[in-house]
Structures are given as C-alpha cells and as structure tokens.
Ligand binder design. Structure first.
Ligand code: NAP
Length: 332
C-alpha cells in the first residue's frame, strides 16, 4: 500500500522555504509483532523543528536529508499487532510526516477523547502545555502579587503561561506581534496588559509602564531585542525561565547583543534554560493539573488548525511569520 510523506529535501540557509521539503509516495511496510498501523489525524508543527533542519548537534538529532521529518502526531489505530492498542484507538506520539504509517506500540500513548479534543494532546494537554506549566512553576516559582512578563504570549506556550500566572495571582503582561493578538490576550485570556512589539517604538519604556512594580518573572519564548528590553526591567531576585529564542532560529551568524550578565548579577537574578523533557518525572502531576484547569474552564486554549496534510511545510514556516494564534496544528 502506498502513502504520502514529506522529506527534508535540503538544509535551509537562514529562513527555510518550501523548496527545503519534498512530498513523495512511499510503500507502507506490513506491521510486525508489537507494531500498529496508524492514520495521522493531527500533526504538530513546532519552532524547535527549525533547529532539526540544520546539521548541528543539539538535544535532538537533526532531520536526515531524504528521510521524513517527524513530530508530535495524533493518529488513529487502523490495525494492531500489539496488546496495548486496538483498532479505533486514538494515540499520540512522535511520528513521521506520513499520511499513514506503521510504528512500534512502545512510545505511543492512548488518548482519552472524553478529556479534551484530540488536537489538545499536541498543545495544552501535550508538549506545549507541559512546557508552559513546568517552566513557569518550577523555574519561575510565581507568587501572588508578583509581576510576570511572557513573550510569544499569543502562541501555544505563551497563552498557557499567562493564564497559569493569573491562576497563581500574578500581574501578567504579554508581548505579541499584532493588535488582534494583544486584544485577544486581554479580552479572552485575562492578561492584565499586552504589548504589540511590532508597533511599539520603545519596548523598555512600554514594559516599565505595564509593570509599575518591575518584572519578577520573565518567561522568555523569543529572545533578541524583546528580551533585552524586558531584562532591563527586572527586579531583585527575578527568575527568567529561558524557554525559546525563536527570533534567532533563522540567524546565520551568532548575534551580538548587550552584555546582560551585570544586570543579572546586580539583581541577584536567575536565568535558567530548560528543555521540557528535563522535567519528565513531573509530567503526570502537571498533566493532571492542566486537565483539571481545562475541565473547570480555568484554562482556555486556542488553536490555528490548517486543513490538509499537504500544508505541513507551509504551516511550519508560518510559525516564523506569526501566522498562528495558540497552537499551530495541521489536520489531515
Ligand atoms: P508559538 O508561540 O505558538 O509560535 C511561534 C510564535 O513566535 C509566532 O506565532 C510569532 O508570534 C512568534 N515569533 C515568530 N518570529 C518572531 C520574532 N522574530 N520575534 C518575536 N516573536 C516571533 O510557538 P510555541 O510552540 O508556543 O513555542 C514558543 C517558544 O517556546 C519557541 O521559541 C519554542 O522554540 C519554545 N519551546 C521550547 C520548549 C522547551 O522545551 N524549552 C518547548 C516548546 C516550545 P508573534 O505574532 O507574536 O510574533
């Protein structure tokens, strides 16, 4: 049986283009003992995938030229030779960008559609929700009355960070790239203030105004000039969970910015990079808490769902143009 897949055709220099991907037909192998056959339903596209397009050592190996890209996928089991899953089950796992696929049953997790819609297991009840929760609570350690600033605020991680910070009783300020996103953060997601970094000439001043008591926690999703402006406003004993640096992922040269170490030093501040898998032992508890908040309507979520497997590459590229609000997902 034939299926379609997207492979990495070439490695990008700078911003990737559609030419870096190739769609092709591939023969689907028969399933073996302990394997399942799957039909992809929802595919996650994530900023970290840009790093995997480079031939560079990182916390995950690079994608291989002429082999399929891979990422978080929600899929339906269409055939099973595993005692763990039966036909019709919905599962989530790291799977190739193929319309149909076979996979080892190990490493797949069954999802319960009663808990939340299937795509949520790629977002708020999946990797990005856990990133927001654990980065904020374990590194940020928010306390009631503190001020939290989050960049990339209208994205998959950012909307969750801001709302958890509100649940913890903080004053929350989001930074995002359009007036629509700014309005959404304030009106739908309960942020106290939001700033459009694309139309604000002096970000440092705007942050000072939105944070009259200074910044206690800066959840950094984007890096670059935005982060420099926030870090100039941090308080004594501030915490900076360093989650992402999307503004730098397409750079071809190492950027040079202000030396921030003196500011961290004189504010006794903590800046800590993390990869969500560092916190794997906390996943079950965090997931339970996220699920409880979602079911109690204390945590809202939004998704940009792009229709059609063929749109996977353009959806991934869209993340770097701010085309998503909340989680960017492709529906097969
Ligand atoms: P996302 O925020 O849903 O999507 C990316 C957003 O980044 C875009 O919508 C865009 O929003 C913004 N953006 C793009 N280029 C930008 C630029 N040059 N400057 C400022 N903002 C820019 O993505 P996500 O999945 O939630 O991930 C957010 C960040 O967390 C990423 O940096 C990602 O790599 C990181 N992350 C880290 C971990 C971890 O384990 N450490 C896990 C998941 C994600 P605007 O319209 O606002 O520009």
């Amino acid at each position: 049986m034939n299926t379609k897949q997207f492979v990495l055709a070439s490695r990008p220099k700078g911003t990737p283009t559609l030419q870096n991907f190739r769609k092709e037909a591939v023969e689907l192998p028969q399933i073996q003992e302990d394997e399942v056959a799957l039909k992809g339903l929802f595919y996650s596209v994530d900023p970290y995938m840009r790093g995997r397009m480079n031939d560079a050592k990182s916390y995950v190996p690079p994608f291989t030229i002429d082999l399929p890209l891979e990422g978080g996928v929600v899929a339906e089991v269409t055939d099973s030779k595993s005692s763990l899953f039966k036909t019709g089950d919905l599962v989530v796992g790291v799977l190739p960008w193929r319309e149909q696929m076979t996979a080892s049953a190990k490493g797949l997790q069954k999802i319960d559609p009663a808990v939340g819609q299937a795509s949520y297991f790629l977002g708020i009840l999946g990797m990005t929700g856990l990133t927001a929760h654990l980065g904020l609570t374990l590194i940020g350690q928010p306390k009631a009355g503190e001020t939290v600033v989050v960049s990339g605020a209208a994205g998959a991680v950012g909307v969750v960070v801001g709302q958890i910070a509100k649940i913890k009783g903080c004053h929350v300020v989001g930074i995002a790239g359009s007036d629509e996103k700014v309005n959404l953060l304030k009106e739908d997601f309960g942020f106290d203030e939001a700033i459009n970094y694309k139309t604000t000439p002096d970000m440092q001043k705007a942050i000072a105004k939105a944070c009259p008591k200074g910044v206690d926690i800066y959840f950094d999703n984007v890096g670059g000039d935005i982060s420099d402006a926030v870090i100039n406003n941090i308080n004594f004993h501030a915490r900076i969970p360093l989650c992402g640096q999307i503004s730098l992922y397409n750079n071809t040269e190492t950027p040079v910015g202000p030396r921030i170490q003196p500011r961290l030093l004189t504010r006794s501040a903590l800046m800590q990079g993390f990869i969500v898998s560092d916190f794997a032992k906390h996943f079950p508890d965090a997931l339970k808490e996220l699920t409880g908040w979602v079911m109690a309507d204390q945590l809202k979520f939004t998704e940009t769902i792009i229709d059609g497997f063929d749109q996977l590459p353009s959806a991934l590229l869209g993340l770097f143009k701010g085309e998503n609000t909340g989680k960017m997902v492709v529906k097969a």
